[in-house]
Design a protein around this ligand. Sequence first.
Ligand code: PGA
Length: 256
Amino acid sequence: MTIRKKLIVGNWKMNKTSADAVTLVQELVAEVCKQTDVEVVVAPPFTAIEAVGKVLDGSSLKLGAQNVHPEASGAYTGEISVGMLRAIFTNYVILGHSERRTYFKETDAFINQKVLASLKGQLKPILCVGETLAEREGNQTLKVVQTQLEAGLEGVSKDLATSVVIAYEPVWAIGTGKVATTEQAQEVHAFIRSLLVKLFGDAVAQKVRILYGGSMKPANAPELLTQKDIDGGLIGGASLESRSFVDLIKAAAAAK
Ligand code: PGA
């Protein structure tokens, strides 16, 4: 019997106008607003986040952001602070996504600053880690994951660690339709859990949710979500349409 509630997060990336986002989230709320077995988060683009938050108000669904800046305020053109997100009741923030690491050159040290600033401001970080295809083929998967995890969580206290969510996202599986096998995913998830035990002790490590991300779909979700250390999913493509996202939530509710 796991103490971890399953968590399904929709990462909408750079998709949907504010109006389209509201339509999608209205459909989701209508379908899953009474869902309490699974925690559900949607992370719209910044232009839609406040409007989506208003639709979510009073429902069990929670609001996530796709990025945040570590500074509280100031001359950082184009950036958004933790306080701004909390002021509109954002609960989670996706950090260290491979797209941000690759296209925006985010380093482990910068991601770590964001993790610490988020925790300080009561915004729950979803820290993404994962290897590229070349790294997997070069047998570097566990090493890469360990480096990203330890650097991303540096300075996080035991007390705050239970507010952190980890997302294992093999880069080669993101948006490609190539999902990791359940064995590949569970192996890395168990390894991440063992690293969390070393960092924070067993009691804390057993409470931290570790999500799988990378081409998760209703068809492959049931097998992934029944793995011992897979506590939910970070969903890109399949979160953009209510039918598939609702089916993923149902798959998480059914997974024991
Ligand atoms: P995908 O994206 O589900 O479209 O593969 C997952 C992610 O990038 O978080």
